[in-house]
Write a protein of this length. Structure first.
Length: 196
């Protein structure tokens, strides 16, 4: 089982290093193969909205030349689990992670489908990965936590994951607590992937 970890830490920071290492260890222990991209080490530009990934070269961004996004995005659909790591930024993702999420638009089709009274893009692929999202903050703000969980829940609706789970961690949490919480998330995803 493959896992793609997208570390959205800000350039020059290492707030996510500890949780990334714990996550990689625990996933490997659970039998997952992991590949990690520390996004600030790559040249990734935000989506320009040209929609070439929809109508010119389906599934592949050709509107932006010379960056690393396509090689990362193609790995999303090749894995069973996609993990977002991000510093909690006003209840959302870091700009580093947001840029690559925007570039995942080509994983969907331009047509619309009504699901529970809402319009959603059509699937381009038969199967999409489950999603884990871990945000890290120095000081937990409940409103930010609720907003982040809602953001991921809404994004997940458009990316059709079999399972999704979101957790917000504080930098002051000890390793044992983080490891326990990460394990619970992995167990939930394992159960979901086996049954779904």
């Amino acid at each position: 089982m493959g896992v793609l970890i997208l570390n959205g830490d800000h350039k020059g920071h290492n707030k996510l290093t500890a949780i990334q290492e714990i996550l990689e260890d625990e996933l490997k222990e659970a039998g997952w193969d992991t590949e990690t991209f520390i996004l600030n080490e790559y040249n990734i530009k935000g989506c320009t909205g040209c929609f070439k990934c929809w109508d010119t070269t389906p599934g592949i961004c050709t509107g932006i030349k010379g960056d690393d996004a396509n090689k990362i995005v193609e790995k999303v659909i090749q894995n069973e689990l996609l993990v977002f790591l991000t510093p909690l930024t006003f209840g959302g993702y870091s700009s580093e992670l947001k840029a690559i999420i925007e570039r995942m638009l080509g994983l969907l089709q331009p047509g619309q489908l009504i699901v529970d009274g809402e319009s959603h893009h059509l699937k381009r692929y038969e199967r999409y990965p489950s999603v884990l999202a871990f945000a890290v903050t120095d000081n937990l703000d409940k409103e930010e936590e609720v907003l982040f969980k809602k953001l991921l829940e809404r994004h997940s609706r458009n990316f059709y994951p079999p399972m999704h789970k979101t957790e917000v961690f504080q930098t002051k949490e000890n390793e044992e607590t983080i490891r326990d919480r990460v394990n619970k998330c992995i167990q939930k995803i394992n159960v979901g992937n086996k049954s779904g």
